[in-house]
Design a protein. Sequence first.
Length: 479
Amino acid sequence: MSTLILARIFNGAGTSAISLQRNRLAVFNATNFNLIRSLSVPPPPGPGGAKVFKRDKPHMNIGTIGHVDHGKTTLTSAITKILAKQKLAKVKEYDEIDNAPEEKKRGITINTAHVEYETKKRHYAHMDCPGHADYIKNMITGANQMEGAILVVAATDGVMPQTREHLTLAKQIGIDNMIVYINKVDAADDEMVELVEMEIRELLTELGYDGDKMHFVKGSALAAMEDKKPEIGEQSIEQLMQMIDEVFPDPVREVDKPFLLPIEHVYSIQGRGTVVTGRLEKGIIKKNSECEVIGYGRQHKSVITGIEMFKKILNESQAGDNLGALLRGVKRDQVRRGMAVVKPGEYRAVDHVETQIYMLKKEEGGKNLPFLSLLRGHCFCRTWDCAVELNIVGKDMIMPGEDAKVILKILRPMVMEKGSRFTIRDQKKTIMTGVVTNLLDDLTPEERAKLEKGRTKKEREEMEKRMKEIEEGFAEKEK
């Protein structure tokens, strides 16, 4: 039985068009759709058309990370409210950020939401990452796009599981710029707030940050939203944004490289075509640029006929921009999250790479058991994730805290280059972080067939027996 989806797509003037989609379950994240909202209708001619993005300030991608219910989305909304008073933002209410039906129902962020605002110094794209453990995949995608992060920790709870995991991922991905916002200080006494700060500084130091020198802001995002207690409400938001402007350096962009746009979301705009959104990682994209869309073993040629960022038209987009690109001649079902829009002939999807990997220790959020060669894990790189087989070069296993040369066989060919960073997860834990050191020859048809088929029953039993022996050996040592 066909599924009927009624999607209301709003144009810049506020009028609505109705799009009916049959035989497809489409879930729109409206905050991402706001990146490309005006692409849904052709702009009217003349000066009354869609706004053109004015690049008169440095652009930076930042975001909120931290445990579920610690106030990341409330803080994001509060930032827009306080900056709106200076005409540097449009107020985004909580419900506009957590906008998907399931998010509203459960009261948690599931998708990474995108919000735009400015300070007197910079233009910011702000990503509000999900804190719930079930949606860590979406958090990794959001964190991969960040050049600075606001770690939100509730004074009522202190460090919680996703506080540690988000910090671990941020460090692995390479987010060095960070400020801590201790939220809900009005619900805890001064001694508790001080203890929470000490706990966070210790965790930061443990994970490789300079905990002693980390900048902290203490306040209440809810108080800022409700215009209460300005000393911990509005003033804390002003202090936070001033600190971000002063502490975070302007990002260095790879604008001289061929363009590379990892796809985060895909939308079908009735009568216009297919729109992809994401952060332009490298290069410059101009309107009417020829491109290729590659990944998951697919390759499609196209032309970028429109570019927008937060509902403003761009004739040219630079590395670092969070944008929406309208693709000509590509159907919605030909493109998916994790693929990349690239300059023709400059990048390739690979399934066989040489890497240098570090295995996290238990205290770093990893495991206390070794990882055997030829086991499988789940690789996260940019916006894609895929099963991989890990062949540890020169030894049978890698211990927590060790690094090793590892050959990855990727289940589906994906875009990677020399220097690409990635993480490996297993059983809902991030266990490894790595960097690509060399691109190897593609897998042969026979190797690919074996990888797709997986291990035989006998091979699985032998591997399980070996792992059991190792676990028993470790248990004996701990007695």
